[in-house]
Design a binder for this molecule. Structure first.
Ligand SMILES: *[C@@H]1O[C@H](CO)[C@@H](O)[C@H](O)[C@H]1NC(C)=O
Length: 418
């Protein structure tokens, strides 16, 4: 009897000990861990991207002047071409030549002898846009662009002035903002050595010949709302990028554009837009349609949280520049896109990328983004991302790329204050 009792006592002791370990390990495991603190700030040079005012170099650019005998007339530049999405060529040229612009003051020299780079005032897109507008928008029409424009321009640059030959054209810059870049011109071999600024950046091998590796710089597009109608986002938003109405952004996802008859296996947008019009259009919070009047569209930009930026015929997503200017977080659906200035702009901090093979999960993916992550992206977009636009800092970013291409490593603070 006593032995049994002794045994029981011993067993009870063992049991208590086991129970103690079990319970205490339970509490250790489920005790809430202390939250990780944000990492301390380090020296600025350890971060990427650097503030844009910390320039890689400050090169001098000489801007050629083309005589009115062959240049696209001023009134066509200012009227017809102003409405075009391909107007980056004229906007960027005007920023260089306007003596009151900061860009002119920082980078332009009147003395070609001291220039690091030479800007060719080639407005091929304007020439062709105007040509097409007068020829019932027949995109194959060329209006003798080679004979009347490319040849006299390049004759002046190559044969009448000494600067092209000094480097074989390598430090000359020209802009090709249309889908097919330089391929519109039969005589494009004349200017092939130059650096091209272009709005379509594409990593797919099928367009290998259109994106010249390490010789092309991808730049922002012009957009109707910002650059033609000159809508000012601050007429719709607070200085922090919130709606002036004081309410929260109440459109979850917005898209207005082509086309509601896209089929899943179409080349246009790789079929992506078929899901927009056949499915997402009917989801709650989605504002999807074929297009809106300008003012209506602008007002909705100020109300939208996310904006869909799918590829079209090419991988430039023109409407992204309107989203960005209005603080609408872009959803980029364009596998293989090269965004402008990827070396200096942290795109993934302020956009959401969705691959084509995940687009059907669009709503699930976006609803899964918590409020803090959305606000992080929105703030990065407002403070940094939107500054990339043509009307803002595009030239400073182009210059950074030129410094690298020209192997000029002479850091300088531009004193921009941000
Ligand atoms: C530049 O080189 C080309 C080809 O050799 C030549 O035809 C042209 O006259 C040269 N330009 C100048 C300004 O000397």
């Amino acid at each position: 009897m006593a032995a049994v009792l002794r045994l029981n006592k011993r067993w009870i002791l063992v049991l208590v000990v086991i129970l103690f370990f079990f319970i205490s390990s339970f509490f250790v495991r489920f005790r809430p861990a202390s939250p990780a603190p944000p990492l301390p700030v380090r020296d600025l040079s350890s971060y990427w991207p650097e503030p844009v005012e910390n320039a890689v170099c400050r090169p001098k650019i000489y801007v050629y002047e083309a005589p009115s005998t062959f240049q696209v007339p001023k009134h066509i530049q200012e009227n017809k071409c102003d409405e075009s999405n391909y107007n980056s060529e004229i906007i960027l040229h005007n920023q260089l030549t306007d003596p009151t612009s900061k860009i002119h003051q920082l980078y332009v020299t009147k003395n070609p002898e001291e220039a690091n780079f030479f800007f060719i005032p080639f407005f091929g897109s304007c020439y062709l846009y105007n040509c097409w507008s007068q020829n019932s928008w027949h995109w194959d029409e060329r209006c003798n662009v080679d004979e009347k424009y490319v040849e006299p321009m390049m004759d002046m640059i190559i044969n009448q002035l000494p600067y092209w030959n000094a480097t074989g054209g390598k430090n000359h810059i020209m802009i090709h903002p249309m889908d097919q870049t330089f391929t519109y011109y039969k005589k494009n071999e004349l200017f092939q050595p130059a650096i091209f600024l272009k709005t379509v950046g594409d990593k797919r091998t099928k367009w290998f010949h259109r994106h010249r590796y390490h010789q092309d710089i991808v730049i922002p597009s012009a957009t109707r709302i910002i650059h033609h109608l000159n809508k000012n986002p601050l007429d719709y938003l607070t200085p922090d990028g919130h709606p002036l109405t004081g309410k929260k952004r109440d459109i979850f996802v917005m898209f207005h554009g082509c086309c509601n008859d896209v089929q899943v296996d179409d080349e246009y947008s790789n079929g992506i837009r078929s899901l927009f019009f056949n499915y997402f259009q009917h989801y709650p919070g989605y504002d999807i349609g074929l297009g809106l009047a300008d003012e209506d569209y602008t007002e909705r930009l100020a109300r939208a949280k996310y904006g869909l930026s799918p590829m079209g015929w090419t991988l430039d997503t023109t409407r992204i520049w309107e989203f960005m200017a209005f603080g609408v977080v872009p959803i980029v659906i364009a596998d293989g896109i090269i965004e402008p200035f990827e070396f200096d702009v942290d795109w993934d901090s302020f956009i959401v990328r969705i691959r084509r093979d995940e687009v059907h999960r669009l709503d699930e993916i976006l609803r899964g983004i918590d409020d803090k992550t959305y606000e992080y992206k929105r703030r990065k977009l407002w403070e940094y991302g939107r500054r990339v636009g043509l009307e803002m800092d595009a030239w400073h970013f182009i210059i950074r790329e030129l410094c690298r291409m020209g192997h000029i490593d002479k850091p300088e603070n531009l004193g921009l204050g941000y």
